[in-house]
Ligand binder design. Structure first.
Ligand code: DLL
Length: 437
């Protein structure tokens, strides 16, 4: 069966082909594919038929990319309302896989893939791996969780598609991960950055120098991380570390990937995804270069087309560098993670940069929101580096309080602990213990 979206025969080799296409070529491809996607959603998903009709728009109203702004957004709640399979645009006999994302509250969102979708996904992860410096023939340890989460299986198919060897360790069981690294000698590893930090620390505990392993490349993502964390992982492991982005509702990992030669943000694979940045309050599109919420319309999805999906991820669009497609600045925050403390807005990731500046501290941390009397208070739990004295910890604690006050503008309670548990998959950075009223 040929794909619904076989509009070009663009090939995906480096230096040539679509990754280096001109803006005009990309725009033409996006326009044709967006039109198909709008039609596909309207004629095959009752939710979109209803929403477009209610808004008085029809796929024929779409002529150029800016017309996409006429169409309604899709949010997680729309997907939940159709739980589990109501948003699928193809019959069950065409569906070869489902994944689900748990989210923080409520029902999971369920996503589906045709054979064609799985092929496209594998292609894009293979392309991402190549951009991150992985080559055919390399061994790649996949330490993202395998299961309903898209990380493990999504990465796995991409590794195989690239012609590399997948080592599917999945997440967790850190001692076994380390044994496999020692024995199988992988060239690259894929994991959440916070989990990779666990692996590094465990190696040190076992007396293994993390820089002595066979690893040369790390592809990290699925959660926000900072330049400080990149330094920590690159220097600790002696590797090149790049950032991979994606979300299950759009596909999974491989929507955007940082190029190893520039490490300047993530190239968004624009032949398959159309990005917009909107003001998170007004939802009006803002120009490239301005910060806001990322909206994505996938352009080639068969089983699960979504229109203008609200990612809630905050970033901005930058011009292409290593590739001609536009880049996303590193995603350091989600608008639903925003902490408003006595009128000052901040995000957990802002603390990470400050924490990584202090060699006595590890970027393993958690923000706990509490109510003290009538006031909200923020307690920041941070882990200390191995073998630090009481004095060193106390100095670091006081220094961090001052830095947060000076650079972010809020007063927080800081506690330095020997161990802070943030989980083994995506790190849980924010715990809200305020009474619900
Ligand atoms: O996390 C897919 C993925 C797996 C991406 C492995 C990269 C690697 P979800 O579980 O649906 O999918 O979560 C998606 O995670 O909206 C972001 O808030 C966050 N996220 C993903 N990648 C990054 C990243 C996968 N590189 C949500 N930087 C997204 C910051 C990220 N946040």
């Amino acid at each position: 069966m040929t794909s619904l979206y076989d509009i070009t025969s663009a090939h995906h080799g480096p230096e040539t082909g679509i990754e280096f296409a001109s803006r005009d070529e990309i725009t033409a491809l996006q326009t044709a594919r967006a039109k198909n996607t709008l039609r596909h959603a309207y004629y095959n998903v009752p939710h979109y038929r209803r929403e477009f009709d209610a808004k008085g728009v029809h796929p024929d109203d779409f002529r150029e990319l800016s017309d996409l702004a006429l169409f309604p957004f899709t949010d997680k709640n729309d997907l939940r309302a159709e739980y589990p399979f109501g948003m699928f645009a193809v019959g069950r006999n065409q569906l070869v896989r489902v994944h689900a994302s748990s989210g923080t509250t409520g029902l999971p969102t369920v996503v589906g893939y045709t054979r064609g979708d799985i092929e496209t996904w594998a292609d894009l992860v293979a392309r991402s791996l190549r951009a991150g410096g992985v080559r055919p023939g390399d061994k790649v340890q996949v330490a993202f969780g395998y299961g309903l989460f898209t990380g493990g299986l999504g990465a796995h198919y991409g590794v195989e598609k690239l012609g590399a060897t997948a080592i599917p360790t999945s997440g967790g069981m850190t001692e076994r991960q380390i044994q496999i690294i020692q024995d199988f000698k992988p060239d690259a590893i894929m994991a959440t950055p916070s989990y990779m930090l666990n692996v590094v620390d465990q190696m040190r505990k076992e007396g293994i120098d993390p820089a002595s392993t066979s690893l040369t490349h790390g592809i990290f993502g699925a959660e926000p991380w900072s330049e400080g964390m990149r330094r920590e992982l690159e220097e600790g492991l002696g590797i090149e570390a790049t950032d991979i982005y994606g979300l299950s509702e759009i596909m999974g990992p491989g929507v955007a990937q940082e190029c190893v030669e520039t490490k300047d943000g993530l190239t968004l694979w624009e032949d398959h995804f159309y990005p917009e940045i909107v003001n998170p309050e007004t939802l009006e599109p803002v120009p490239d270069g301005e910060f806001g919420e990322l909206i994505i319309t996938p352009l080639t999805k068969e089983a699960f087309p979504v229109i203008r999906y609200r990612t809630h991820d905050l970033t901005r669009l930058l011009p292409g560098t290593a590739r001609s497609m536009r880049r996303l600045q590193r995603i350091s925050a989600r608008n639903d993670d925003m902490i408003i403390l006595r009128g000052v807005n901040c995000f957990p990731s802002q603390f990470e940069e400050l924490i990584t500046e202090d060699p006595n501290l590890r970027p393993r941390y958690q923000c706990v929101l509490e109510r003290k009397g009538r006031m909200d208070a923020l307690r920041l739990l941070v882990e200390s580096s191995l073998d630090r004295t009481e004095d060193e910890r106390e100095q670091s604690r006081q220094h961090l309080i001052r830095q947060i006050k000076n650079r972010i503008g809020i007063s927080v309670i800081v506690e330095v602990h020997e161990h802070v548990d943030c989980g083994e998959g995506k790190a849980k950075r924010l715990v809200d213990n305020r009474p619900k009223d």
